[in-house]
Ligand binder design. Structure first.
Ligand code: HEM
Length: 373
């Protein structure tokens, strides 16, 4: 059912409307307010990763619940809901890297340390979700487009509803922010790609950089689509993912896998394998996705950034639309100069479910055309 809902045109255009409104009313005003007009020796920088995480949290909350946490308002408030979400994701990821699951299971049993904090964070998230569901049930569905309202029309079990919507928040928030953060880092190293995106968008939309893209124009931008896919080949937001084998099985290549074995696939490593992508596998080359100027999909088993087969990401199309819209709006209006250690050393990632750059992505924001790349 979720698959049908997310694939529908009305859901995708609802998501597009949310994203464009958040860009226009918050993201662009915020970045415009920190533009560095002077060439100071040490210009003021801001953490683009943090801004993108706030952006995607606001967007996914509006999309899933019809609720606006306002994390991207000019004063940059941090909602306690967003903090609880961060904490719960971090602590869950730490569970996966403990030497033995016995450690966290004992802590959970005695309600100690990190497990106590995880329980509290989950309680905060559940309470908010339950309040929204109760409010919608009691007052009728005010905004019938959000995902929760759509599911409420057919699902009566409130716990089930709560879990569906929270899993959408989890799946859709950090992934998009992570993908965009890496994209902007790669662009800073590849000015020719910035130029190609600008040229393509000027051709499709005209040169007015204040105009926001519409859905039909977005679909025309083949180079941008290729650049977004190429960026996630090198920096997939979900760098690796494990499954546990339920019972003895044999993989298509004949490898025996005993029941209970943990099997991990690694999109980050696969994206950098010469055997899969050729001798230039470490280069950022959007052109590899274009055939006669048109974007060409790859087999998802070769490019498992969104998983493949039955467990494929349900929000894939939406994620691509969101990434393209945000990236385009910012590239058309601003120049970004990455500063700090990440500029020379490249991104180093924190341990976690979704790739997060250690230390963020500090950038100096300038008006378009101020930086000669
Ligand atoms: C660039 C952004 C994204 C990436 C790279 C991504 C990647 C993935 C991956 C790898 C999985 C499989 C996880 C697993 O099997 O353990 C997944 C599942 C999922 N994703 Fe995404 N995702 C993105 C954005 C989104 C968005 C925006 C949404 C929703 C609004 C979403 C909704 C989901 C859902 C519901 C699932 C679970 C599917 C299932 O288990 O059947 N994702 N995603």
């Amino acid at each position: 059912m979720a698959c049908l809902e997310l694939g529908s045109f009305s859901v995708r255009s609802y998501a597009f409307d949310i994203v464009t409104s958040e860009i226009q009313s918050r993201l662009i005003p915020l970045l415009s307010s920190v533009i560095n007009k002077e060439n100071f020796a040490t210009p003021k920088s801001l953490d683009l990763q943090d801004i993108l995480r706030r952006f995607s949290f606001d967007s996914i909350c509006k999309f899933s619940f019809g609720l606006d946490p306002g994390c991207l308002r000019l004063s940059l408030p941090i909602s306690h809901f967003a903090l609880a979400f961060d904490l719960a994701s971090k602590l869950s990821a730490e569970r996966a890297i403990t030497t033995s699951p016995l450690v966290w299971k004992l802590k959970r049993f005695f309600n100690l340390g990190s497990e106590k904090k995880l329980k509290e964070a989950i309680k905060t998230i559940h309470e908010l979700a339950e309040t929204v569901i109760r409010h919608k049930r009691n007052n009728g569905v005010a905004s019938p487009d959000d995902l929760l309202s759509r599911f409420m029309a057919t699902i009566d079990d409130d716990v089930f509803l709560r879990d569906i919507v929270v899993s959408f928040l989890l799946a859709g928030r950090d992934t998009v922010a992570s993908a965009l953060t890496s994209f902007f880092w790669l662009l800073s190293q590849n000015p020719a790609a910035i130029e190609a995106i600008r040229q393509e968008s000027d051709r499709v939309m005209g040169p007015d950089s204040d105009k926001l893209v519409n859905f039909a124009q977005l679909r025309e931008m083949q180079y941008l689509q290729a650049a977004v896919y190429e960026s996630m080949r090198l920096f997939p937001p979900v760098q690796f993912d494990s499954k546990f084998c339920e019972k003895d099985d044999v993989l298509p290549d004949g490898t025996f896998v005993a029941g209970g074995t943990r099997v991990t696939y690694h999109p980050y490593a696969m994206g950098r394998m010469e055997r899969i992508w050729g001798g230039d596998c470490l280069d950022f080359k959007p052109e590899r996705w274009l055939k006669n100027g048109l974007f060409k999909q790859e087999n998802p088993f070769k490019y498992p950034v969104f998983q493949a087969g039955q467990r494929v990401c349900l929000g894939k199309e939406m994620a691509i639309v969101e990434m393209k819209t945000v990236a385009l709006s910012l590239i058309r209006k601003f120049d970004f100069q990455v500063v700090g250690p990440v500029q020379d050393q490249g991104p180093k990632f924190l341990p976690g479910l979704t790739a997060t750059v250690r230390g963020g992505l500090p950038v100096v924001v300038r008006e378009r055309g101020s930086i000669s790349y």
